[in-house]
Design a protein around this ligand. Structure first.
Ligand code: SF4
Ligand code: SF4
Ligand code: FES
Length: 240
């Protein structure tokens, strides 16, 4: 027999001066294979046409559907209701600017981060377009690809105690990006250059190493190893 699911959804429109943050309650019959994406669409189609939430890919690739699911950050499109109790509370991710209800502006936060950390390869000079591209060692390419799997969902930032206390903290997503460019042989930046960007409390030394980011990253990125490795190298770069 299918369960009756009870949803408690955060509602607020920050652009409406009369809007007061509150929870709205909805019920649905659970269906086989139901994800939170399906449930939220059913609620919007049948009970709350003005409900705001974000989805693009429905496949854990775009990172736009992250929200707080019964107290933990996660991707709504990859979360099956059968893995949750019959009472489901959904909130928008903290830290990011609220657009409305369950929708937050992770895009602006990630763009600002990319500009601050300059997350592009800093070449030593102009590339010679007449030369063949140099092949990269496959193991190194694989290691870079592993860190490039980040979908910028914001779960690691929402789970992070430091990010909740320090608006300038770059989170595991930022530290992971620096770890990725440190690996890249095309990037001419030295550890001294990286230290200028992440060698303080808004970067690697603000991290409390409690590793909620590592536990909750939906792409299972090796954040624990990367943060520890980066910290070790930034300590060395800071004392040189
Ligand atoms: S590191 Fe993981 S949790 Fe953080 S933004 Fe990337 S994919 Fe999401
Ligand atoms: S280990 Fe560091 S980056 Fe990860 S959640 Fe904790 S304080 Fe944030
Ligand atoms: S909708 Fe793209 S990750 Fe969930």
């Amino acid at each position: 027999m299918s369960r009756r699911l009870h949803f408690s959804l955060f509602r607020h429109n920050p652009r409406d001066p009369s809007s007061v943050p509150h929870q709205d309650h909805f019920q649905l019959d659970e269906q086989p294979g139901m994800t939170l994406f399906i449930a939220l669409n059913q609620i919007r189609d049948t009970q709350a046409p003005d409900l705001n939430f974000d989805f693009v890919c429905r496949a854990g690739v775009c990172g736009s559907c992250a929200m707080i699911i019964n107290g933990r950050p996660g991707l709504a499109c990859r979360t099956q209701t059968r893995d949750l109790p019959d009472r489901i509370a959904l909130y928008p991710l903290p830290v990011f600017e609220l657009i409305g209800d369950l929708s937050v502006n992770t895009g602006k936060w990630m763009r600002d981060l990319a500009e601050r950390l300059e997350t592009w390869a800093h070449l030593a000079g102009m590339p010679d377009l007449d030369r063949m591209e140099e092949a990269m060692d496959p193991d190194l390419a694989e290691a870079i690809y592993e860190l490039d799997r980040c979908i910028e969902c914001g779960c690691c930032v929402a789970a992070c105690g430091t990010a909740r206390m320090r608006p300038d903290f770059m989170g595991a997503v930022g530290l992971n990006k620096i770890a990725r460019f440190r690996l890249d042989p095309r990037d001419a930046r030295t550890d001294g250059d990286y230290y200028e960007v992440v060698g303080d409390d808004s970067g690697v030394f603000g991290c409390m190493s409690l590793l909620a980011c590592h536990d909750l990253c939906p792409k299972s990125l090796p954040l624990q190893t990367q943060i520890a490795y980066l910290r070790r190298n930034m300590v060395k770069a800071g004392v040189v």
